[in-house]
Design a binder for this molecule. Structure first.
Ligand code: KPL
Length: 328
C-alpha cells in the first residue's frame, strides 16, 4: 500500500550571485528561517557575508541583518533543493554549470533570473535531471557595498510554471510542487507567482531592456534622463519600434501601451543606473548579446531586419572593457 505523502517542511536554497538581487532574495529567505547559502564572486565578499551577514534596508529605511547559513565563492555545502541563479549572462559558463550541478540534488529546481533570451535551451541541455524555470523579477534593488542592499522597488517574482506530476522537485523530505515553493517564498516576503505565460513576460521585459540598457550605457546617463534629449528620445522610439515588430511577430501580446510603459519604467527607475551601464563602468562584459543580440537573432528567424539593434550590439561591445566607460 502506498504511504501518504508527507508535506515537505522547507527546501534548502542556494543563491548564486551576491549582486543586488541575489543579496535581496538571500536576505529574505534567511530572515524567514529558510536554510540559505549565498555564493559571492570574491573570497573577500564571501568572508564579509559569512562574518556579518547581509544588511537589508527596506524602502522606509529600516535595517535588518540576515545571516545566511553559509556564504562561499562556489564550493557547495549540503545539497540544494532550489538554486536561484542570479548571475549575469556572461558569467554562466561550463565551470559554473558544473559547480551548480554539484550543489543540487538530482531533480532540483533551477530558477533563472537573467535578462535577455537564448540561454534557457542551453542550460536545460547542460543540466539533465534538473528542472530549469525562467524567472522575471520586477523587484528593484541597489547594492551598497559587499554586504548591504537596499530594496528600492517592491515588485513581483514571476516563475515559469513547469509543474507536472511526472517531474516533481525533489527535496529532502520528499517531492515538492512549485505551488509549495511559491508558498515558502511568499512566507519569506517574496511576492512569487507562477506563470504559464512566461514568454510574454520575458518579451515585455526584453522590450524595455533592449531600449533602456544600451542607450543608457552609450550615453552614460541614468534611466530617468534618457527621454530628456530629442536625439535620445528619437533613438528610443526607433529601437522600440524595431524590437516591438520582432517580438510581436513571435507572439508577444499588447500594443501601443508598451511605449507608455517604457516611459513609465524610465520614470519609476529614474535614479537607477541600468545594469548595462553599471557593467560598462566596471569594465565588465555586458548582456547586450542576449538582449539586443537576442532581438537580432529572433528577427533573422522571420526574415526581418533589425539594423538598429545590430548597431547597439556593435557599439556596446566597443565600450566593454574600456577603462572608465562613458562620462556622465
Ligand atoms: O532591468 C533593468 C536593468 O537595468 O537591467 C531596467 C528595467 C532597465 C532598470 O534599470
Amino acid at each position: 500500500m502506498s504511504q501518504p505523502r508527507q508535506a515537505p517542511r522547507s527546501s534548502r536554497f542556494v543563491v548564486v550571485g551576491a549582486g543586488a538581487i541575489g543579496m535581496l532574495y538571500a536576505a529574505r529567505l534567511a530572515a524567514a528561517g529558510l536554510e540559505t547559502e549565498l555564493w559571492a564572486r570574491s573570497r573577500a565578499q564571501a568572508a564579509q557575508l559569512d562574518a556579518r551577514g547581509i544588511e537589508l534596508i527596506d524602502r522606509e529605511g529600516s535595517r535588518e541583518i540576515a545571516i545566511p547559513a553559509r556564504a562561499a565563492t562556489d564550493a557547495p555545502g549540503a545539497p540544494a533543493d532550489v538554486v536561484l541563479l542570479t548571475v549575469k549572462q556572461p558569467d554562466i559558463d561550463d565551470a559554473l554549470i558544473s559547480t551548480v550541478m554539484r550543489a543540487g540534488r538530482p531533480g532540483a529546481l533551477l530558477l533563472c533570473l537573467q535578462n535577455g533570451i537564448g540561454h534557457m535551451p542551453g542550460l536545460r541541455a547542460a543540466m539533465p535531471g534538473w528542472r530549469a524555470a525562467a524567472v522575471v523579477t520586477t523587484d528593484g534593488a541597489l547594492r551598497l557595498g559587499g554586504r548591504a542592499v537596499r530594496h528600492t522597488g517592491t515588485g513581483r517574482l514571476w516563475i515559469e510554471d513547469t509543474d507536472g506530476l511526472e517531474c516533481p522537485i525533489r527535496i529532502r523530505e520528499g517531492d515538492m510542487t512549485q505551488k509549495m515553493l511559491v508558498r515558502q517564498l511568499k512566507n519569506a516576503g517574496i511576492d512569487a507567482v507562477l506563470s504559464k505565460k512566461m514568454k510574454d513576460r520575458i518579451y515585455q521585459k526584453l522590450l524595455l531592456n533592449a531600449v533602456i540598457n544600451p542607450l543608457t550605457a552609450l550615453y552614460g546617463v541614468k534611466n530617468g534622463r534618457l527621454p530628456d534629449d530629442p536625439a535620445r528620445a528619437l533613438l528610443m522610439r526607433r529601437l522600440h519600434e524595431e524590437a516591438f515588430l520582432v517580438l510581436h511577430t513571435d507572439g508577444m501580446s499588447g500594443g501601443e501601451e508598451a511605449w507608455a510603459r517604457l516611459h513609465e519604467v524610465c520614470r519609476a527607475t529614474a535614479d537607477n543606473e541600468s545594469s548595462m551601464l553599471q557593467d560598462i563602468r566596471r569594465g565588465r562584459r555586458t548582456e547586450v548579446d542576449w538582449i539586443n543580440g537576442g532581438i537580432v537573432a529572433l528577427a533573422r528567424q522571420y526574415g526581418l531586419a533589425a539594423p538598429l539593434h545590430e548597431a547597439m550590439v556593435t557599439l556596446v561591445r566597443t565600450l566593454e572593457g574600456a577603462a572608465d566607460g562613458p562620462s556622465t
